[in-house]
Design a protein around this ligand. Structure first.
Ligand code: ZN
Length: 457
């Protein structure tokens, strides 16, 4: 065997069980009870620790480009290395179609950029920004893209699909058994909201939240649900932020619609007060942070199984790129880091504070994203003959989050000062130890592109 991890508590989406793991040639070779059954080149004693399947973060933006210009601070290299420190072994990033250009060509270019850099495995969603090249969806599926993103807002950046386009898009998605993933905010309400703030001279970060009101999310989700009901497409709702949005998802599920939804750590841990803090401009992202009542509603919807995934929407910018606090809110680049801290933050919130079942955490952060996006059981499970992507997690380590202890490419963090109990101490990708005890000891370019399966039966 190449590696043995003994005496740990294995956690997957089904249960917690004390067992030993033997890993060979990148796969889990055996899960067994007698610790002396195998020997290996390296053995890790995980007494008192949990072994999780690696986190699958299916909503990540590294090396983000906007109108052909590279704007985010994390490259695929720095971003995936930080992800590994946080216990994440798979990401799904995006190849955004430039309106009027071939999405297949864009996908292949993005794949080339990522391939030479990634420390962990990755897939790509493709964002469709017009109805040109709809026939390329088949070629993209053959390349391993099973999910296609759309926007209902950002008309000023040429990203949105209009209502009639959406219906057509959903029909094609349905026909090809793919998954539609929506950034859902009403464009006209958002545009008008921003203009109103400008007219009234309200340019501080807090007015970002006011400019994109709850109803913008509620309306867009409602409409998308109507359209997928008519077209029978399968819909995944990205970053739900409001009580109203999560209630709509719940009702849709009660009606047996093929719909799933995600939220992010920042919508659970932060609220609009973060915009009034010092350096509040750094916390600008879209949709914006909401109120305490929304935070609680999202936790409730996680507990009752309505929300399927927790993902980070990691998209990080330096203070300088965000304007050093000198820009009106509507000119500040949107996005915050999160990939390295999501597992400890969510463990601390959902397990330590809300006493949720630990299997539920793994379901939300590893198993469900792997299943929804066509990577299961190779990712998101602990099963013999699947990829040995593992996190060893020590529930007793206490840390205060600060940018200095993290490996992101920036000097700020939205959770700075938060105390957590529980921290990933080793991350293993296909049997290779990438990080151990705070050091990156593995190969830095071991990641590979994952061709994903269609999951709409
Ligand atoms: Zn995003």
């Amino acid at each position: 065997m190449d590696l043995i991890i003994k005496n740990g508590s294995l956690v997957d989406s089904v249960g917690v069980y004390r067992a030993n793991l033997a890993i060979n040639k990148g796969k889990i070779e055996a899960i067994y009870s007698n610790p002396d059954r195998f020997s290996a080149e390296k053995t890790i004693d995980a007494e008192g620790k949990y072994i999780f399947p690696g986190v699958v973060d299916s909503h990540v933006h590294f090396q983000l480009q906007d109108l052909g210009k590279e704007i985010s601070t994390d490259s695929f290299a720095s971003g995936t290395q930080a992800a590994a420190f946080g216990g994440c072994t798979t990401i799904i990033d995006f190849a955004d179609q430039t309106r009027g250009a071939s999405p297949l060509k864009g996908f292949l270019e993005r794949q080339k950029v990522a391939n030479s850099q990634v420390a962990i495995d990755y897939g790509l969603h493709v964002s469709k920004t017009d109805l040109e090249f709809l026939d390329e969806i088949i070629a993209l599926i053959n390349e391993g893209v099973s999910s296609f993103k759309f926007f209902t807002t950002y008309s000023w950046r040429n990203l949105d699909l209009h209502d009639s386009e959406l219906i057509k898009f959903f029909s094609v998605i349905r026909k090809n058994r793919a998954l539609a993933m929506g950034h859902l905010e009403n464009d006209s309400i958002v545009q008008q909201g921003i203009q109103q703030m400008i007219d009234e001279g309200k340019l501080d970060p807090i007015h970002h939240a006011e400019s994109r009101p709850h109803i913008a999310e509620e309306e867009a989700i409602q409409k998308a649900l109507l359209f997928v009901q008519k077209t029978k497409a399968k819909l995944h709702i990205a970053h739900i932020t409001t009580k109203e949005g999560s209630d709509l998802l719940r009702t849709a599920k009660q009606q047996d619609m093929r719909v799933t939804g995600e939220t992010c750590p920042h919508y659970l841990l932060l609220n609009e007060k973060a915009y009034m803090a010092e350096d509040g401009y750094l916390n600008l992202m879209s949709p914006p942070l909401r109120y305490a009542k929304d935070q609680q509603a999202l936790v409730n919807r996680i507990k009752d199984g309505t929300i399927d995934l927790i993902v980070t929407d990691h998209c990080e910018f330096s203070r300088k790129s965000k304007g050093n606090g000198n820009l009106p809110f509507y000119k500040v680049l949107n996005g915050i880091p999160g990939i390295e801290t999501s597992l400890p933050l969510m463990y601390d919130l959902l397990i330590n504070k809300y006493k949720m079942d630990i299997t539920k955490l793994i379901t939300l952060m590893s198993t469900n994203p792997a299943k929804l996006f066509g990577l299961y059981p190779q990712k998101g499970s602990l099963q013999v003959n699947t990829d040995a992507d593992l996190v060893i997690f020590d529930p007793s380590i206490e840390k205060t989050i600060r940018p200095e202890i993290l490996h992101h490419n920036i000097d700020w963090n939205p959770y700075s000062g938060m105390k957590v109990k529980g921290w990933p101490i080793a991350t293993i990708l296909r049997g290779q130890i990438l990080c151990e005890n705070g050091e990156f000891i593995g190969p830095k370019k071991a990641g590979k592109f994952l061709a994903r399966q269609l999951t709409y039966q």
